[in-house]
Design a binder for this molecule. Structure first.
Ligand SMILES: Nc1ncnc2c1ncn2[C@@H]1O[C@H](COP(=O)(O)OP(=O)(O)O)[C@@H](O)[C@H]1O
Ligand SMILES: [Mg+2]
Length: 305
């Protein structure tokens, strides 16, 4: 369990994390989702005691990170996979961590096996690919067999095999009953990995809901219509309370807030010919963009055609 209460982090006049309160529960994957610059890494650093909150507090298993008697046995984290001492062999890197945290040396080979690095245990981390560094970072996180795991954008820069491997591992860790917090700026990624979502934008909480709820509540529906009488149909739909957007040609329109059956009935009632009537579901990515609109740090202005 990770609990934050009114967590705030300011850098000068800039507020990176703005009054966040949440509980991250065990036995599931919680996706921490937000556009770049939303405050995900800063929040994770505060959970791990790497940054001090300006206000508020955050606890892991009921204690602040600094008060945990054996932190690596309570929380494992992968923040920046490239931030290791490159000169050390993978095995030695893990052995050092184990020794300084009261973890038996036998655990080193166990975690090397879990992440598939047994074959390169004697190689220096300096020559590791991003995928291998990521695996080594995950091995460190798992070393203390902690109940709480935190991964910051773990699939960034990985190839499809690596992505699949991390997803499977994350799901298995939650399946064991652990508390797993994973950040991403991609909704499509979270939809495949997470059970629950914590969505933030500009440091503020935007949504705290299950992935199912998100899919049901925010994917906007519209109806795509091709008709030689599109203008007339548009008028009838507007009269009935729908919103209508003009498509890329005069005969194409997009109808919002009316389902395809009602559009079809309305067309029939007015003798309007339809060439095409298609219900369109917004993608999760579009729903996420809609949700976080206005909380993106740098937004490109739409180019009008
Ligand atoms: N050490 C720092 N000093 C000043 N600003 C920072 C620092 N760390 C992060 N920020 C700012 O805080 C905001 C949130 O950053 P971050 O937590 O890294 O976002 P995310 O991980 O969601 O992309 C950004 O605007 C970032 O520039
Ligand atoms: Mg980040």
């Amino acid at each position: 369990m990770i609990e934050a209460q009114n967590l705030v982090k300011r850098y000068g006049s800039m507020t990176a994390v703005d009054d966040l309160s949440f509980s991250i529960r065990p036995g599931m994957v919680t996706g921490f989702l937000g556009p770049n610059g939303a405050g995900k890494t800063t929040t994770m650093r505060m959970i791990l005691g790497l940054d001090a909150p300006t206000q508020g507090s955050v606890t892991v298993a009921g204690r602040s990170y600094r008060d945990l008697p054996a932190p690596m046995r309570e929380v494992g984290a992968l923040l920046d996979a490239q931030a290791l001492q490159g000169g050390r062999r993978a095995y030695d890197h893990l052995l050092c961590l184990a020794a300084s945290n009261g973890i038996p040396a036998s655990r080193v080979n166990e975690v090397l096996g879990m992440v598939g690095l047994e074959g390169v245990a004697d190689r220096r981390a300096k020559g590791f690919s991003l995928g291998m560094s990521q695996r080594l970072g995950i091995a460190s996180a798992l070393l203390g067999d902690p109940q709480v795991l935190i991964f910051d954008e773990p699939v960034n820069g990985l190839d499809p095999d690596g992505i699949h491997w991390i997803r499977t591992l994350i799901r298995a860790l939650a399946g064991d009953g652990r508390t797993v917090l994973v950040s991403s700026h991609l909704m499509s990624e979270m939809a495949l990995t997470a059970d629950h979502l914590l969505v933030i934008g500009k440091g503020r909480l935007i949504a705290d809901m299950s992935v199912d709820e998100f899919v049901r509540s925010s994917s906007q529906h519209s109806v795509h219509v091709h008709s030689p009488q599109a203008a007339e149909l548009a008028d009838r739909c507007r009269e009935a309370g729908a919103e209508v957007r003009q498509g890329s040609a005069p005969e194409l329109i997009e109808i919002i807030r009316m389902d395809s059956a009602d559009v079809g009935k309305l067309a029939a009632a007015h003798g309007i010919v339809l060439f095409e009537l298609t219900p369109v579901r917004a993608s999760l990515e579009e729903a996420f963009m809609e949700l976080t609109r206005g909380s993106v740090e740098y937004q490109a202005t739409e180019i009008s055609r």
